[in-house]
Write a protein that binds this ligand. Structure first.
Ligand SMILES: [Fe+2]
Ligand SMILES: [Fe+2]
Length: 465
């Protein structure tokens, strides 16, 4: 096999022998990891997958049956902009960094490793889900998400190998050594150590946690380190499908539940009651908010000053790219009370990005509530207050109700089972998870999708079993 067939790329890999050797050495380790930690039980099956073969807006995605270990994990960056400049921060307007600036080396490596670590982690979290898929259509979507997270890992490993020398190679190896949920060598971020072992978890994860990915990637797509910016710009095109899977998946659960509500008791009819859906939303939304980091953060200020991590749509949305004089009004906990405090804007950039994310999540909730309205149900789903159930930042260590009111630890503990999935809830959801492998058939707890993938009908044989 020639190099391009093994590692499709638009980074001229064949001209860079050193990088090529490094990646070719890493490839078998990646494949070992994929076989050990990728989707269990389906490695030899033909799956109708989209493969990135180019970055052009037309036809970058090629659809065909592929066995997952033979998926071509390529390296694709958006084409460079002539005269690219650093778009924000203290070096605003200077030429974009084509190499890693020495003074930012550690910060940049940390950003790339943290992003890179989430990609294989989610594959590990989801590896058992194929055994309980609600339809072949959903099974295919799961595997699509999985192989693309694998490609996102490649994208970050390319940057580590290509720009960070020896320590980059060591970090690339470590990305294959940590394991989601393993107490001795866990993944870096907590949401990626949480089990994702039923399909309600999967849909909530792809809705809320992959959407965090969209916002992190968007902020890095603004980066003054051009190879990172261009890498993230292309990753965003794939990320959109992951969020589609979560958003429409939960929407279909909600539709089915609303239909069953009209017929009688949802539980007795084998559906997922709306209050359990709400608890899963509360769980994954709050864990995903943690991924943005502390509300008041000197790291966020440093990353912005250095031109490494911008604001959401920095170029499009803002005219002042220095953000030196502005302040941000933050709600904090002080002396057992909620108070407001003015902080320099640069120290509030995590919170600013989190705010953009919350707005985006709200649109999803509005879509699900429209489904409920269409089906004639009066109940509505909602997002908990961002202070609820947080483990990182200003609100960690305090307890809040769903509306964001500060409450005592005792009250939180006594009401927790109303707000977050209990063992019983999880067991009930798991009890519904039986595989449906027949083309065109669907599990009872979820409605079929409005359309298939890429013009194919729902009945299409998306995975050949
Ligand atoms: Fe990803
Ligand atoms: Fe994703």
């Amino acid at each position: 096999m020639n190099l391009y067939d093994r590692i499709p790329n638009n980074v001229n890999l064949s001209e860079d022998k050193k990088l090529q050797r490094a990646l070719e050495k890493w490839l078998p380790n990646f494949l070992d990891w994929w076989r050990e930690m990728g989707p269990e039980g389906f490695q030899e099956k033909d799956v109708w997958l989209r493969t990135a073969i180019d970055v052009g807006s037309e036809g970058w995605a090629h659809f065909d049956y592929v066995k997952m270990p033979e998926y071509r994990w390529g390296i694709f960056l958006e084409p460079p902009q002539p005269d690219a400049k650093v778009g924000f921060g203290d070096n605003y307007g200077r030429p974009a960094y084509q190499e890693v600036p020495g003074e930012f080396r550690n910060a940049l490596r940390r950003i790339i490793v943290t992003q890179g670590d989430t990609e294989p982690a989610s594959v590990e979290q989801q590896r058992q889900l194929g055994k309980t898929c609600p339809s072949l259509y959903d099974l295919r979507n799961l595997f699509q998400v999985n192989v693309e997270e694998g490609r996102h890992l490649w994208a970050m490993v390319y940057l580590l190998h290509g720009y960070f020398g020896r320590d980059g190679r060591d970090e690339a190896d470590a990305l294959l050594e940590r394991r989601s949920g393993n107490p001795d060598k866990p993944r870096i971020l907590e949401a990626f150590n949480q089990p994702c072992d039923d399909w309600l978890n999967f849909f909530a994860f792809t809705m809320f946690t992959d959407r965090d990915g969209k916002y992190q990637l968007s902020a890095l797509a603004e980066s003054g380190f051009e190879p990172l910016a261009r890498t993230c710009q292309f990753m965003l095109t794939e990320e959109a499908h992951h969020m589609f899977v979560g958003d429409t998946g939960l929407g279909r659960v909600v539709r089915r539940t609303a239909q069953l509500m009209k017929q009688g008791d949802v539980r007795e009819l084998g559906g997922i009651p709306l209050d359990i859906v709400q608890k899963y939303i509360n769980f994954w939304f709050s864990y995903s908010l943690d991924l943005f980091g502390g509300e008041i953060s000197s790291n966020s200020a440093d990353f912005f000053a250095a031109g490494l991590k911008g604001r959401y749509k920095e170029r499009e949305q803002y005219t002042d790219h220095l953000a030196t004089n502005d302040t941000f009004t933050m709600t904090i906990v002080e002396d057992g009370q909620l108070k407001t405090r003015e902080v320099p804007l640069r120290n509030a950039l995590n919170e600013l990005l989190r705010g953009e994310y919350v707005k985006d999540c709200e649109k999803g909730l509005a879509r699900w509530n429209k489904v409920l309205a269409d089906e004639g149900a009066s109940e509505r789903l909602f997002l908990p207050n961002p202070r609820f159930h947080r483990h990182v930042g200003e609100y960690a260590g305090h307890t809040f109700d769903l509306q964001g009111n500060l409450i005592s630890r005792e009250e939180f503990e006594s009401r927790k089972s109303e707000w977050l999935p209990t063992m019983d809830d999880r067991e009930y959801v798991r009890s519904l998870m039986h595989p449906v492998y027949e083309p065109g058939k669907i599990a009872n707890w979820i409605a079929p999708p409005a359309a298939g993938i890429k013009g194919k009908p729902f009945e299409f044989e998306y995975v050949k079993l």
